[in-house]
Design a protein around this ligand. Sequence first.
Ligand SMILES: [Zn+2]
Length: 301
Amino acid sequence: MNKLHKWSWLFIAVTIFALVIATGCGNTNKTAQSDNKPPSAAGGAPLTIKVLDIGQGDAILIRTKDQVVLVDTGDVPTKEKLVSMLKSQGINSIDKLIITHPHADHLGGAEAIFDNFTVKQIYDSGQKTTSNVYKQYLTQIKKKNIPFTVVTAGMTIDLGNETVLKVLAPDKQLFTGTESDLNNNSIVTKLVYGEFSMLLTGDAEKESEERMLHNDAAGLKSTLLKSGHHGSKSSSSVAFLQAVKPEAALISLGANNDYHHPHPSTLKKYNENKIKVYRTDTDGTLTVTTDGKTYTITKER
Ligand SMILES: [Zn+2]
C-alpha cells in the first residue's frame, strides 16, 4: 500500500465514523422532538402551566411529562407571537388543543397553530358561529382530518403522568337566552395533579358558575383559578369564589384593553376573599410549576 492509498483509507474511515456519529445523534434528537420532550422544556417539573401573555385573549399552555396541551389560541393579531412563544419552548406538535368557545380572542390564533404545528386532537364546546375565524377553523380541521371531540361536563381528559382535566362545563343542554351564550357555554376544566388543581374557566359567566355550583359545589375547590372572562364583572361571583377557594387568581388580559378588564369590583372581591392576583398585562407570561404538592408562580416581569 503506497502513501496515497494509506491517506485514502484513513479519509474513508474518518468519513464513515463521522456519518455513524451524525446518524446516531440525528435519531436521538428526532425521538426527543417527536415526543415533545426536550430536556429543559417543562423546566424539570412534572406539570407546568403557562398563562401566556398574548394581549387581550386567552392562551394557556399545559405540559406534563407526556403531553403538550394548549387551551385557547389568543386573538388574530397575536397569532404569530403565539407561534414563536410555543416554538421557543421547543414545541413542534400539540397533543390536545382545547377551544373553550369560538370568540376571536380564544380562537383567533388557531389558523397559525394548524399551519405551524401538528395538532393531534381537538376538544370543542360544540358551539357554532358564522364568523370567518370559525369557518377557517372548521375548514382546516376537515382538511387536516384532525380528530374532533365535543366535550360535556362529566368527561375526563387524560394528560398522562397521572394528570387529568375534569370537564365541569358545559352541560349537554347548552345555555340559551343569557347575556352571552357563547361565553356561558365555555368549556370549564379542572386540571388536577396530585394535591394541586387549577380551574380553567374560559369566559364562563355567572349563569355557568351558578350551574357548576348546583352540579357539584365541593368539586370546584381548586388551588388556583384562571379568572373567568378576563376578570370581567360578569364572572367571579362571590358564591363561586367561595366554593373554588383559590389561593390565587391568574387573569389573562391585554394592557389598556377596550373592555376595561379587569373590573374593579372583581379585584375587590379577590381582595376580600384573600385571593392573590396575577395578571398578564402587568406581569407578562405567568408560569406555574408544581410537583403535585407545592407550586410556584413565576412572573415574566
Ligand atoms: Zn375572552
